[in-house]
Write a protein that binds this ligand. Structure first.
Ligand SMILES: Nc1nc2c(ncn2[C@@H]2O[C@H](COP(=O)(O)OP(=O)(O)OP(=O)(O)O)[C@@H](O)[C@H]2O)c(=O)[nH]1
Ligand SMILES: [Mg+2]
Length: 323
């Protein structure tokens, strides 16, 4: 009989130490990778065997309600396009509510998602750290008379952590390492079955380019937005590697984990760059990291190797920042 790791869903095997799913004895409940990740913080990247389209297809074929998790820092067209591919009933959960600056009301985020992305389904904000809203999934399942559902979303959106809070213990492996959950994982809570799923892969995640960001980009505390008045010829350096310049005279506000190193430099000579046109009051979303609100239209030069991690969207805060 095939046994699955209770931490990440991978099939367990006791034959090859170098391959995923290895356990010295098949009596073990979690694989060595989960064991090392949980007890020694050892980060070992593994590939999810199913690509985004395969995961979506399996779930659509099974016709079960979907809770789609979207991390507050990573709201982008790419993520919403994936949300729209789910054809059966669904609920959108914006996760990590605890890191959202208090000045931003839940209702403005919900209205933004409804108006800009034409989302008509229920939308809630949740935090795995707040006992008041962690039970939204169970309440919704009872209200909608569901006995099973899928929890889906891009990697690191907080799927496994949220399910663990429902269990009141860390049954599933959770971590800031991308691709922690490797396969479907059924969890029983009373008579309900909640299925955790491997995270969708971003087209380009900043963590694939810069390993040092894997830990730092994970936001544990409430975000303190940083506003800079950028003068002409001033560049923004993120972690001393991603350079953005040509803001012109502009006001920008940065929403990243507060651990991220930011610096401004005058007359920085950026050689290898790509250009992005930014309209008035736009957010520049950096996949896996967060976003920067830019007040005035400009043509930005960005370090070429990071170009594919960057996209733009209509500002999340609309006129809010102008008040
Ligand atoms: N601040 C905050 N961090 C959270 C919350 N939920 C999850 N995290 C953190 O986000 C990171 C990713 O959490 P996971 O639960 O492993 O994410 P996942 O969606 O299961 O990721 P994959 O298995 O890779 O698809 C971890 O470092 C969690 O501690 C939350 O509500 N608030
Ligand atoms: Mg997971």
């Amino acid at each position: 009989m095939v046994k699955k790791c209770l931490g990440c869903g991978v099939t367990l095997q006791n034959i090859d130490k170098e391959k995923i799913g290895y356990v010295p004895d098949l009596k073990f409940k979690i694989c060595m990778r989960c064991h090392r990740l949980r007890h020694y913080g050892e980060l070992k990247k593994e590939l999810v065997s199913k690509d985004n389209d395969t995961i979506i297809k399996i779930i659509n074929n099974n016709k079960k309600h979907v809770f789609f998790l979207i991390d507050f820092l990573n709201i982008s067209n790419e993520v919403i396009d994936t949300y729209k591919k789910f054809r059966y009933t669904k609920t959108l959960l914006v996760t990590k509510k605890d890191i959202i600056p208090r000045s931003i009301k839940d209702s403005s985020i919900i209205d933004y998602l409804r108006n800009n992305y034409q989302i008509n389904e229920d939308i809630y904000l949740v935090s795995a750290k707040d006992s008041k809203n962690k039970n939204i999934i169970i309440k919704e399942m009872i209200n909608k008379s569901l006995n099973s559902c899928y929890i889906v979303g891009y990697t690191n959106s907080g799927k496994s952590t949220l399910i663990n809070t429902l269990l009141d213990e860390k049954v599933i492996t959770e971590s800031f390492l991308p691709d922690t959950t490797l396969d479907f994982l059924n969890i029983k809570i009373d008579n309900l079955v909640i299925t955790d799923t491997p995270g969708f892969k971003y087209k380009k995640n900043i963590m694939d380019i810069n390993n040092s960001l894997i830990k730092k980009a994970n936001c544990k505390k409430i975000i303190k937005p940083i506003t800079y008045q950028m003068k002409d010829n001033t560049s923004l350096l993120i972690e001393n590697d991603l350079v953005i310049n040509n803001f012109g005279g502009n006001s920008i506000t940065i929403y990243f984990s507060n651990d991220i190193n930011l610096e401004r430099r005058y007359n920085y000579d950026l050689e290898d760059f790509s250009i992005i046109h930014v309209p008035d009051n736009t957010d520049l979303v950096i996949t896996g990291l967060g976003f920067i609100n830019i007040k005035k239209a400009c043509n930005l030069k960005v370090s070429k190797k990071y170009f594919d991690t960057i996209s733009i969207r209509v500002s999340l805060f609309g006129g809010l920042n102008n008040e």
